[in-house]
Design a protein around this ligand. Structure first.
Ligand SMILES: NC(=O)c1ccc[n+]([C@@H]2O[C@H](COP(=O)([O-])OP(=O)(O)OC[C@H]3O[C@@H](n4cnc5c(N)ncnc54)[C@H](O)[C@@H]3O)[C@@H](O)[C@H]2O)c1
Length: 261
């Protein structure tokens, strides 16, 4: 494949939670734009099918299986991925999960698991990757926050807490490492048509039925529709690429206008 005119030509990228949804779209898009991608997920079969599809159409990706809520496994897999890539230019820290809907009847174990995946894994992974980006004095990190990190989510205030924590991390890292050539930004998706939306988010607020939650989610979006995974991947691609060379510390809503009102 001639990658010279591509937006991620010769870039080495890591994408987490990439066996499905937006992360999968990101692997496909980043590879189509010339990147070599280390795709990390706990779903071995899902990863195999993403990687096979990319490699059979002329791209280059490899799957790495790990449960990213396990810190030791996370450190191991990031080191493995970086060793395969020979360094890293782009990281899309996409892994996350819903948090419990209730705080007055809190499922503390589930909250802790959500905090591990949404925030702790993002901290640990960034630390590992920033070490090698600092040595190169270059790099772009994209985090997946959410519109729920920008405004309060009635569905799950705890999810808002964790995803706004991601934005705080983004801003702090952005100002700390700007002078070393490392950019750090977030995409903030509104509701996107992925299994997580239908299987989890629509069910986290027990005060309402799934149908009612679906109506509440859709009626919050001025465009009146769900986002598609590739629409978020395109925003991440722009933030990851040199086209966004003067952009750092930004939390970019990709939300059909949800946070505009
Ligand atoms: N779908 C939405 O409406 C929406 C909106 C805003 C933000 N988000 C964020 O997007 C990300 C989820 O992406 P998606 O919607 O594309 O979901 P998805 O359901 O399509 O994919 C989630 C992927 O994460 C993987 N995964 C789950 N737990 C894992 C773990 N412990 N270790 C490793 N991999 C794990 C799954 O195997 C799956 O491949 C999360 O950070 C979520 O908070 C989603």
């Amino acid at each position: 494949m001639n990658t010279n005119n591509m937006r991620l030509a010769n870039k080495r990228a890591i994408i987490t939670a990439s066996a499905s949804g937006m992360g999968k779209a990101g692997c496909q898009l980043f590879c189509a734009q010339g990147a070599r991608v280390a795709a990390i997920d706990r779903d071995r079969n899902g990863l195999e099918s993403v990687v096979e599809q990319i490699n059979s159409s002329g791209g280059e990706a490899r799957g790495f299986v790990a449960d990213l809520s396990d810190t030791a496994a996370t450190i191991d897999v990031i080191r493995e991925a970086q060793a395969w890539l020979g360094g890293v230019d782009v990281l899309w820290n996409h892994a996350g999960m819903p948090a419990p809907g209730d705080i007055d009847d809190l499922d503390l174990d589930r909250y802790r698991l959500s905090a591990e995946l949404n925030l702790t894994s993002a901290v640990v992974i960034s630390g590992e990757v920033i070490r090698s980006m600092r040595a190169n004095r270059a790099g772009s990190i994209v985090f997946t926050s959410s519109t729920s990190g920008l405004v309060g989510s009635a569905l799950s205030p705890l999810y808002s807490a964790l995803k706004s924590g991601v934005i705080g991390l983004v801003k702090g890292l952005a100002v700390r490492y700007a002078s070393e050539g490392i950019r750090v930004n977030a995409v903030c998706p509104g509701p996107v048509a992925t299994p997580m939306l239908f299987d989890d988010f629509m069910k986290v607020d027990p005060r309402f039925s799934e149908k009612e939650n679906e109506h509440r989610v859709l009626s919050a979006v001025p465009m009146g529709r769900l986002g598609q995974p590739m629409e978020i991947a395109h925003a991440a691609l722009w933030l990851a690429s040199d086209e966004a060379a003067f952009v750092t510390g930004v939390a970019l809503p990709v939300d059909g206008g949800q946070t505009a009102r």
